[in-house]
Design a protein around this ligand. Sequence first.
Ligand code: GTP
Ligand code: MG
Length: 583
Amino acid sequence: MNTLMRRAQHLHHWRTYCIKQCAAVAGNEATAAAKGKTSYEELIDSRHQQAERSIVVQVSSEKSYNELYNYCSRFGRIVTAHHYTVPHEDELHYMLLEYANANEATAAIDSSAYNAELSGHSSVSAGGSGSGVPVRSPFLWFRAAAAAGKRNQSKLSANHKPLPLTTVAGTRPLAQDHLHTLLRSAESIEQQLQLLYEHTRLNDLGVRMRFLAALQVQQAIAGMFPEARAQPFGSSVNGFGKMGCDLDLILRFDGATTAQSERQLMSRLVYHTKENLSNGRSQTQRQMECIGDLLHLFLPGVCHVRRILQARVPIIKYHHEHLDLEVDLSMSNLTGFYMSELLYMFGELDPRVRPLTFSIRRWAQSCGLTNPSPGRWISNFSLSCLVMYFLQQLRQPILPSISAMVKTAASTDIRITEDGINCTFARDMERVSFASRNTSSLSELLLQFFEFYSQFDFHNRAISLNEARALSKPDHSAMYIVNPLEQLLNVSKNVSLEECERLRIEVRNAAWILESEVENSTLTEQERNEQSWGLLNLFKHPEKAVIRPNMFFKPRMVEVSDLFEKSQLNGSTTTPPINYKNA
Ligand code: GTP
Ligand code: MG
């Protein structure tokens, strides 16, 4: 009984300790906030246009900036300038310059030299002595003034006062030590959650670089496919991406992610086309093979091209050495693109959604629940679905159901993929805006998330984001999350029984850890700076983090696992060993 009372006290402390900083999302304020919000398509369009106004120039060092700025200003007005480095044998330096309009960037690119000596230049074959085929792209190299001849040198003296240069150390993730020091310096778990989000999310430069990678592919094939569109999707654009995340790219020859333009509908002249193969999948595989060769043989910066054409969604993977970026290019999965739009909208609807998801993704990574390579473990995407569903099913929901978004769709929101998959839902943020009365703080939500899934009946229930409720599980998959856009499919079909059980154990551990962190709320500033507390304890490796002598099982948990039952049967009064390896 004593333990129960202590526990109740803990919970009470916990709730009062949490800062209620998100209360302002209630009522009309949410609708007002939605008014200024950018839609997904607006975001994608504006980032594409920004890429069209930009060039990336490799330089020998940051010191070249003034000279480069002077030189490039002859083509137009430079409005932003970023410097970043890419790790290599020697650090490689790049400047990303954005002009006021696309014509100016085009003029800079068109002015570039095409002689064989220079066109073979790559950061790997340093010295520019190669003899590669010249390829037009936004990726350029700033050669020494002496090599460019005397005529140019006189112009260099034209004095433009350079814009301040934004120096960003690329888009690599923050070193773990730095992040930990930062989290230790916070004043509360609430602040740790915000800091984690702000310091690990993909930055503006990262998004710019990803749209430049897309533009390079698009421009490379534009002569033959004038309607082609290379579109970033996934975590690069849905606001859930962290520094260093891969770029998911979809290449469409017909640009058909949005409705056909008026001009196309009216025209009486129609391009002749080559007949398609009868089998759509082999057609895509053949085309991807060809695109893979093109990328591999001709596109500057593209290296380590791998074709994974037998996968459910065939992809080409490659590395971009000028952007320090891994790319997954697909040509046939438009639902992934629209799914990213849904996630983007969820993230925009409430300021708590993204920081919460970031902390949960980080926790899952730290205890080995997720893994960058695909397998029988839960994917980041499925994990995000778990977070979205949790936020939908709260007594005071923070997110709407997808079916509510479908109901309010306008005729301009209709999207049907070429495979006939209906991806229609309201896309106007104002229309979807959801007046949540939920005032829980981020740290309260984090704890509630862990509590919710430690009790969730994965054995019998399927999660539906469409209905915002759990349904009977239609098959024997260990974990079932109804695919929001193809409702006969299971997003988490790959998750094995063992991995699902591991998730259940880890969410329970996390709830324990987080609740016991209330004890640390009385730490002095010096103690906070010197020891692990709050999220840092949550992110520790399980072997170190979970075994704590005074922990006890939550009385409110209805669903009792075998593990707990065993410890009860043995008459144990202390915490069962909750390291899954012991389970
Ligand atoms: P990270 O790459 O881990 O940072 O996250 P991500 O969100 O980019 O995930 P991933 O690269 O695996 O997938 C890219 C996008 O494809 C996701 O954001 C989803 O929008 C979409 N996606 C992934 N898996 C599925 C799926 O099973 N069904 C549907 N409809 N879309 C999916
Ligand atoms: Mg991705």
